[in-house]
Design a binder for this molecule. Sequence first.
Ligand code: G3I
Length: 375
Amino acid sequence: MSLTSSSPTPRGRRRVRASVAAVATVGLAATGVIAFSGTARAADTLGAAAAESGRYFGTAIGPHLLGEADYAATLNQEFNSVVAENDMKWDATEPSQGQFNFSGGDRLVEHAQSQGMEVRGHTLVWHAQQPGWVQGLTGDSLRQAMLDHIDGVAGHFAGQIDSWDVVNEAFEWDGSRRQSNLQQQLGDGWIEEAFRAADAADPDATLCYNDYGTDGINAKSDGIYRMVEDFLARGVPIDCVGFQSHLDSNSDLSSYQQNLQRFADLGVEVQITELDIGGSGSAQANAYRTVTEACVAVQGCAGITIWGFTDKYSWRADDTPLLFDTNYQKKEAYGAVLDALNAAAPAGDGDQEDGTASSYLPAAWREGTSTHRAT
Ligand code: G3I
């Protein structure tokens, strides 16, 4: 991946994403996969369809599965972004204090680069999947361990990660802080400290706060909204909010788009980071369509990642929440997502003829007036 920009501003990162779109479009046009009919466009893979509006469409993967031919073929065909389902977490990357293991993460990045895919990093700090040695730490020992971990991991992958989930799942349903070891030992400032450390280790990455249960306007998303508002006002380097979106076919999505929009209006990028939807058939397809339509309707929604792509390897082992069945066949939900991506307004560098903005980026970023992450 050509992440060579020296600019740590969102505009620098935008160029990276635009190049992914260009590669995907050129490649598909050369093989005739994109059908042009008047002004209508239709790409026939998820990644290419998302790239048409300057977005990514990604999936979580297990790098150990890349040797399975159907797994790798489907991944390479359909997606222009990947994230490690487990291999970049704290327990995987620093099993003993100061002893880093990047084998799975490096393999993922290498594969992504060979395929021209973006990479999301997941996740630098989380209360779950902490190695045993972290769980026993208190006070400043825990603080230093967290900062060293961020420096070690984000530093190792610096320049290769488009977006990092810096902090994962730090809020309760009622909008208060989760009472994790991090919160109890380090106090309210720990999230801010984590973002500052990530910014220092990889100034070019888009830095995200990521959580679940934020699929509409509710007490939890309100709490996160207030934190982001505060961070932006005080110049804490946050760029993005990730909405995991582990859903069911009957999940209430009535304020899903409105919720994405209010965060985008604050001036952060929004990303759908771990989408999967339980169920099957039309009900599942309709929910997938609703989520995809919401993202492409929000200018600041940079893309969608599904949490695995084949039901064969979903973490929801008793359900069928993904876009491909256990035999890698496309499900009804796949068609719904592809159609919604193809219906999105095309990307453009500037504003369109009618004066509306065509980039997915928030207006402040396009106009260079964004104050957050100012350097
Ligand atoms: O790697 C070990 C293996 O060595 C061991 O033999 C085996 C025995 O249980 O466990 C393996 O680790 C498992 C790991 O997945 C890799 O397969 C863990 O037990 C298991 O807990 C872990 O589950 C992951 C879970 O996060 C951990 O909390 C899921 O695969 C992963 O899909 C899930 O992902 C999370 C996101 O990170 C955050 N948001 C929610 C999402 C779903 O829970």
